[in-house]
Design a protein around this ligand. Structure first.
Ligand code: DHB
Ligand code: FE
Length: 280
């Protein structure tokens, strides 16, 4: 049977994609950020996951005000890097796993989650930057990807609790797929940041670190954080962190931390990164 072996969380700051694409990861500004991913790069090379269920958000690249799916699952064969205004990133195409994706879609929908099914879309920095952080610059990504796109851009966005429950349902879906696959779930976005308005540049390191603490162990307190707390404490874009709770929900009752990294500054935000495994 397929099994979820680990969860990875990371910010998806677009500037880091630029640093990778322009060969600047060793520059003084970027080095402390990228150094925190060296452990994970080695670990991923050993783990060799078959599939990543990659929870991310689109930033008005594939979707816009015409269509706003709350939760969408990519069931396609492949996804191209999106043109976000300065040409697509020079990274490999993302290869899907349609059989597992359709199985997860069916399982989730019969489990009362009304997913939007996407067969064609381009994927933006929300998905490609985490791949670059974990795998560097290979000629082809070494793993198949099932994108789960979450609306965290246009209000109303889903609650943290709903995200956690979706993660639990993803766990049931993966565990009922008959093929023997090593599956990771990634949650991306965050940490505290606000990109516009009078509070632009807001970073709340204390809150971010207590969120990282809450992802580890058996507490499920994070699922009950209300939207207004994200907004007040972490700025208007900090709400991206509800996507981490989908990954956390997918790991079961208790987690163990294998690796943790936090660094300020990283563009307008903090870089936050966790590698977790199910602890029972
Ligand atoms: C930044 C962070 C994001 O999560 C994003 O989607 C865009 C920009 C930033 O800090 O620059
Ligand atoms: Fe973002």
């Amino acid at each position: 049977m397929a099994r979820i072996t680990a969860g990875v969380a990371t910010s998806h700051v677009p500037l880091l994609g630029v640093a990778v694409d322009q060969g600047k990861t060793g520059d003084a500004y970027f080095k402390p950020i990228f150094d925190g991913y060296e452990w994970t790069k080695r670990w991923e090379a050993e783990q060799k996951p078959d599939v990543i269920v990659l929870v991310y958000n689109d930033h008005a690249s594939a979707f816009d005000m015409k269509i706003i799916p709350t939760f969408a699952i990519g069931c396609g064969e492949r996804y191209k890097p999106a043109d976000e205004g300065w040409g697509p990133r020079p990274v490999p195409e993302v290869i899907g796993h349609p059989d597992l994706a359709w199985h997860i879609a069916q399982s989730l929908i019969l489990d009362d989650f009304d997913m939007t099914i996407i067969n064609e879309m381009d994927v933006d920095h929300g998905l490609t930057v985490p791949l670059s952080m974990m795998f560097g610059t290979p000629a082809a990504w070494p793993v198949k990807i099932i994108p789960i796109a979450v609306n965290v851009v246009t209000y109303p966005v889903p609650s943290g609790n709903r995200c956690w429950l979706l993660g639990e349902a993803i766990r049931r879906a993966v565990q009922s797929f008959p093929e023997d696959l090593n599956v990771q779930v990634w949650g991306t976005g965050g940490m505290s940041h606000q990109l516009q308005g009078p509070r632009a540049g807001l970073i709340n390191a204390e809150w971010d670190n207590s969120f990282l603490d809450g992802m580890i162990g058996e507490s499920d307190a994070l699922r009950n954080i209300p939207h207004i707390e994200y907004l007040r404490e972490t700025g208007s874009e900090g709400i991206e962190m509800v996507m981490w709770l989908i990954m956390r929900g997918a790991l079961g009752r208790k987690t163990r931390c294998l690796h943790r990294h936090y660094h300020v500054p990283c563009s307008n935000t903090a870089i936050g990164h966790l590698v977790l495994e199910p602890a029972e």
